[in-house]
Design a protein around this ligand. Structure first.
Ligand code: G4P
Length: 283
């Protein structure tokens, strides 16, 4: 599902989080491992009152494994727990309950000191649309991977989901948006499919991608387009790829729209390999 802008859903999400946060022990925040910060909602830190946090870096199967390790360290340095997962195939899902327990250890210690039977740990699960929240929930709840989807306009009740006997998960149906005020964030969301095609500029987003790949994954670019060297600047590279792929208009000029579509599709289909579009050093 791609993001559509309905501010009312965001207000609802904020209200639901505020109303529930007191009874929550651990916040599970799902991000896209290819764009961890760009796929966060900027208000989560403030809304969750510094509750213990588990960051799930989902879609790790599509991200650069080395950079994912750096992101895990980045979040751990902030005092969060972090776990790369691939919810589609179920990888890493089994490690979630233990990580949640670790984050709630202070509470379990308190129950032990007081000699009371521990109640189930209560976790709130959050994430912007398309990060894979439904897929993660279905996996955790051991349901068949049917798509729940937070479709704007479809009312879904807030629900508690049992994960084993010692861990309850609260899913709130409100929608959390990513940050839209930063151009790079927009490009990253567009490339990973989080925002609808109608609301971004294909050619500009492609230029961002080509610059990023030139700086970070030059070999992947050379290989994909059979180039022995990369041109000096991104526009020349755009031209070169357009020529190589036969995206020419009458008269021989490059048809950028067509070239952009091809490059974009190559990225979405993983033709450059596993790529992370954002590095922790930028933060
Ligand atoms: P949401 O509830 O957060 O909105 O996300 P949802 O679970 O619906 O997942 C969004 C898309 O991401 C789905 O693809 C889903 O299969 C895919 N996805 C979820 N987790 C992973 C993962 O770990 N790795 C990969 N590669 N993909 C994952 P879709 O049904 O094709 O939707 P769309 O692409 O048409 O948006």
């Amino acid at each position: 599902m791609s993001i559509q802008w309905y501010p009312g859903h965001m207000a609802k999400a904020k209200r639901q989080i505020k109303e529930n946060i007191k009874q929550i022990d651990v916040v599970i925040e799902i991000v896209d491992a290819r764009i961890p910060e760009a796929s966060r909602n900027p208000m989560v830190d403030e809304m969750t009152n510094s509750k213990p946090r588990l960051m799930l870096l989902n879609k790790a199967d599509l991200a650069d494994a080395n950079t994912t390790k750096q992101w895990v360290q980045f979040y751990e340095a902030k005092g969060f727990a972090a776990l790369p997962i691939d919810a589609q195939k179920g990888k890493g899902i089994n490690e979630i309950p233990a990580k949640v327990r670790e984050q709630a250890q202070h509470l379990l210690d308190k129950f032990a000191r007081q000699g009371i039977n521990p109640r189930a740990i209560r976790a709130l699960i959050l994430g912007i649309p398309n990060v894979g929240k439904s897929t993660v929930i279905n996996r955790l709840a051991n349901k068949k991977a049917t798509k729940i989807g937070d479709k704007p306009g479809v009312t879904k009740a807030q629900q508690w989901i049992k994960v084993g006997k010692d861990f309850d998960l609260l899913d709130t149906p409100g929608i959390l948006w990513p940050k839209f005020d930063d151009e790079k964030t927009g490009f990253r969301l567009a490339l990973t499919g989080a925002i609808k095609e109608e609301i971004f500029d294909f050619e500009e987003t492609t230029l961002f991608l080509l610059t990023f790949l030139t700086n970070n994954y030059p070999e992947a670019l050379k290989q994909r387009y059979n180039l022995s060297e990369l041109p000096e600047n991104t526009l020349s590279l755009f031209d070169k790829i357009g020529e190589k792929r036969g995206c020419l208009m009458a008269g021989g000029a490059v048809n950028y729209e067509k070239a952009a579509e091809i490059i974009f599709r190559d990225f979405r289909q993983g033709k450059f390999g596993r790529i992370t579009l954002e590095h922790p050093q930028e933060q």
